[in-house]
Design a protein. Structure first.
Length: 573
């Protein structure tokens, strides 16, 4: 509906007299909002206020001109009015509400899907945890955000590929193998000398200084001891221990993601970028372009030539370059990631979406600069940066007990509150805001718990349908939806009809919290008001059938919205 109205506004705008030379009415962005005050109509746009400066006219004059040239479909729009300094308010026709409700019922599980981005493809990269340990709470927010953004893109027509990027080589994996080897030695030789490290932890004497301490390392070592006895004591290096750790940890990661309802289509190993030479090709091409140079034994990326600056002690700004390859010969994060993004774009995706933690906020712009400097279309890259998570109980930050290491695993969090709650709470705030995960609220089975509120509304409607069926009331098509004229009925229909636009808006803004915390709650609240004001079972058959159809449309919308979020829609609670 909103896209249709926007086109109508642009068509009317193009008919205004004396438009400035070069003004393209067809390119004007027209956004509609639902007014807080229902007396102001069903939708409103401030496009006239936005155009006051470019058109050099009073906003109200622009609004009146648009309305004068606007001929909306009378089957959809009852009235268009100018209000205040230049707002344009739209009131729906009753026939539009009945027609829209019928469309919801016909669409069923597809209600909310649009073809806005049909024939476009998107690669969404998320999670991307190296196989060095279990997934933590921080990884969980990444996983849920990425998975839900992929769902949103798919619901707007994109062909979506979900990719997990990882590195199972390099120093951290070597240290992982050394950590397992030390624990293995202790497992097969109980008299292995030990030492005490920071925090009073006792480890085998051969344990690396910065080794991985989690109990999962001991579990992997014991499994090797059970399977091989002491045959690996004379292994020439840590390779068999690294391989065993990688396989065991990846199996645990995959199981955790499956439990959370997260699936991946592809995996991409950073190591392949080295094996193909793609990483070093980036260095060579940047040098050829005069954008990379050697200094102090390191290779630097001349980002200062691409607009990167830093604040000086005097408060001014100066150009800033960054290291691509350390003097040790080890590449920094930026180098393989430039190569990886060139590979992504080379696969022909319309959109390349990355989900990164806040620790990437200073580095990903350099990656985009590198991609652009090497001639690829960096405009196809979009990055969602999320802030970190604090677990809270009784209003205070807490650390849940863990057998793994000095962090909270995602599995432990799901053990305490359930996968649905974990997903919803990770989505209920904007990604760019810090999230306080309230464990007390998460476990509360009341309307105070936002995911319970939505799921209970869905279950209540399912219960109503069962009760209606028991009394012989059915609404299988043919119900006279024009009978739904009560204010609460119309308010619910109007809320339901916003769903496709809400999905599209959440996808475009990369903002699943708009769907989770705002729109779906509005649906549940509107349904509860309808249920309070409008009896179904016991009313005249025609009106009861129409109201039952409306309840079913509300259940469909809730179920589809929860599906986008990756959350179950129970029929009983």
């Amino acid at each position: 509906m909103e896209s249709h109205l926007a086109e109508s506004v642009r068509a009317a705008l193009a008919q205004l007299p004396d438009l400035p030379d070069g003004f393209d009415a067809g390119a004007v962005e027209v956004e509609f909002q639902t007014p807080n005050d229902a007396s102001h109509g069903d939708l409103a746009t401030n496009v006239a206020l936005q155009l006051a400066r470019p058109l050099k006219r009073a906003p109200r004059q622009i609004a009146e001109g648009i309305v004068a040239h606007w001929t909306p479909d009378p089957a959809r729009v009852e009235a268009v009015e100018v209000a205040g300094p230049g707002f344009i308010n739209v009131r729906f026709a009753s026939a539009h509400l009945a027609e829209g409700l019928a469309q919801i019922l016909d669409a069923g599980a597809d209600w909310g899907r649009t073809d806005t981005h049909a024939d476009e493809t998107a690669l969404v990269e998320y999670v991307s945890a190296n196989p060095t340990g279990p997934l933590t709470v921080g990884h969980g927010r990444n996983a849920v955000l990425g998975d839900t953004l992929a769902n949103l893109l798919a619901w707007t027509g994109y062909g979506v590929t979900r990719e997990y990027y990882f590195n199972d080589a390099g120093r951290q994996m070597r240290v992982l193998g050394e950590s397992v080897r030390a624990r293995y030695q202790a497992a097969v030789r109980p008299d292995t000398p030990t030492k005490e490290i920071e925090g009073g932890v006792v480890v085998p004497e051969s344990f690396p200084e910065d080794g991985y301490r989690g109990a999962y390392i001991t579990d992997i070592a014991r499994a090797l001891a059970d399977g091989h006895g002491d045959a690996l004591l004379d292994a020439p290096d840590e390779a068999p221990f690294t391989a065993a750790a990688r396989d065991a940890i990846f199996a645990e990661i995959e199981a955790t993601l499956a439990r959370l309802g997260v699936r991946m289509d592809e995996q991409f190993n950073e190591r392949t970028l080295y094996e193909s030479g793609a990483v070093w090709e980036v260095v060579d091409r940047l040098k050829e372009a005069g954008l990379a140079y050697e200094r102090d034994g390191a290779t630097w990326f001349k980002t200062s030539a691409l607009g990167k600056t830093e604040v000086t002690r005097e408060g001014g700004e100066e150009g800033k370059d960054v290291v691509l390859v350390k003097s040790s010969g080890e590449p920094t994060y930026r180098l393989p990631d430039i190569a990886y993004h060139l590979d992504k774009l080379g696969r022909g995706f319309s959109l390349v979406l990355d989900v990164f933690g806040a620790d990437h906020i200073a580095t990903y712009p350099d990656v985009v600069r590198g991609v652009e400097a090497l001639g690829a279309d960096a405009g196809k890259i979009d990055v969602v940066v999320y802030q970190f998570v604090t677990l809270v109980r009784g209003g205070e930050p807490v650390k849940m007990s863990t057998r793994k290491a000095n962090y909270v695993t995602l599995d432990e969090l799901m053990d305490e509150v359930g996968a649905d709650v974990v997903r919803f709470f990770f989505l209920m705030r904007s990604p760019n805001t810090h999230l306080d995960f309230d464990l007390d609220l998460a476990k509360e089975a009341s309307d105070k718990n936002p995911v319970f509120y939505l799921q209970y509304a869905h279950a209540r409607i399912a219960s109503i349908e069962r009760k209606a069926e028991e009394t012989g009331l059915v609404a299988e098509g043919g119900a006279d939806l024009g009978l739904l004229t009560h204010a609460s009925e119309e308010a619910l229909v109007k809320t339901l009809l916003q769903f496709p636009d809400e999905v599209r808006a959440a996808a475009e803004a990369r903002a699943p919290h708009r769907l989770a915390s705002v729109y779906l709650r509005d649906v549940a609240t509107a349904f509860n008001a309808f249920y309070r004001d409008c009896r179904i079972v016991g009313e005249a058959p025609d009106l009861a059938a129409a109201r039952l159809s409306l309840a079913r449309a509300a259940r469909t919308t809730l179920a589809n919205g929860l599906a986008v979020l990756g959350i179950s829609a129970p029929d009983r609670m």
